[in-house]
Design a protein around this ligand. Structure first.
Ligand SMILES: [Zn+2]
Length: 238
């Protein structure tokens, strides 16, 4: 009589290994990537505001320098007012001074605008920073959990692989070969329990004659439809 128990256990073992491998190789790396990207996005939000503030301050420094140079020019022109000889030259100087005064005034307006803008940006920076540290904390917790799960799964996988080796010793080589051959073709499922006279994987009805042979348990019986190795699930059938 063929004892399929070790093979059934081997299949359960293989199914679990595949599940673990999917989690370890596909889902967990994706989760870690998402966590990292989320952190980077939050960090970028802070950086972008900092850059805006830096730009704002630079513009203000540049305008300050320009105002300084305008004031110098205006001072020179004012001093020249006392030395010009003609009315025309006097008028021209006055016009230049007035132009400069206008320029200076619009620059001062711009500085006020920039100061208001900076105040807003500082607020934004503060809230983005708070958001960032919250996200970072949240993500670091998530990451710890994922890494813990990863470690646990790796341990479990090692154990399953060890068990697999032991189970293999209990299975006849030709049966093991058949199992591997079917499993490779059939999505990793090479064994199918019979329920109420049906192959539980492909749902085809097993002919009564085949069922009789199966019950005798003298040889390996395969489903005539899906080719899987059939067995009677004793726990469920009784
Ligand atoms: Zn079948």
């Amino acid at each position: 009589m063929e004892d399929l128990k070790p093979l059934i256990e081997l299949q359960d073992n293989d199914i679990e290994i595949r599940k673990i491998e999917k989690r370890l190789n596909e889902e967990i790396p994706l989760l870690l990537k998402e966590i990292q990207e989320g952190e980077e996005r939050a960090e970028l939000m802070v950086k972008q505001v900092e850059e805006k503030i830096e730009k704002n301050l630079k513009e203000r420094r540049d305008i300050d320098l320009e105002i300084k140079s305008i004031l110098e020019t205006m001072g020179k022109h004012r001093a020249q007012l006392n030395t010009v000889k003609t009315n025309e030259a006097y008028k021209a100087l006055i016009e230049e001074i007035e132009d400069d005064e206008e320029k200076k005034s619009s620059m001062e307006d711009r500085i006020i605008e920039l100061m208001i803008e900076e105040e807003e940006l500082q607020k934004e920076k503060k809230s983005n920073k708070e958001e960032f540290s919250k996200i970072r904390e949240e993500f670091s917790k998530k990451k710890k959990l994922v890494l813990k799960e990863q470690k646990g799964l790796e341990t479990r996988k090692r154990k399953l692989l060890e068990e697999r080796e032991k189970l293999k010793e209990k299975i006849k080589p030709e049966l093991l070969r058949l199992y591997v051959q079917i499993a490779n073709k059939r999505n990793g499922i090479a064994l199918s329990p019979v329920h109420d006279g049906f192959c539980s994987v492909c749902q085809i009805r097993i002919r009564p004659q085949v069922l009789e042979e199966l019950k005798k348990g003298e040889k390996i019986i395969r489903c005539e439809n899906c080719s899987r190795i059939l067995y009677i699930n004793e726990e469920k059938e009784t």
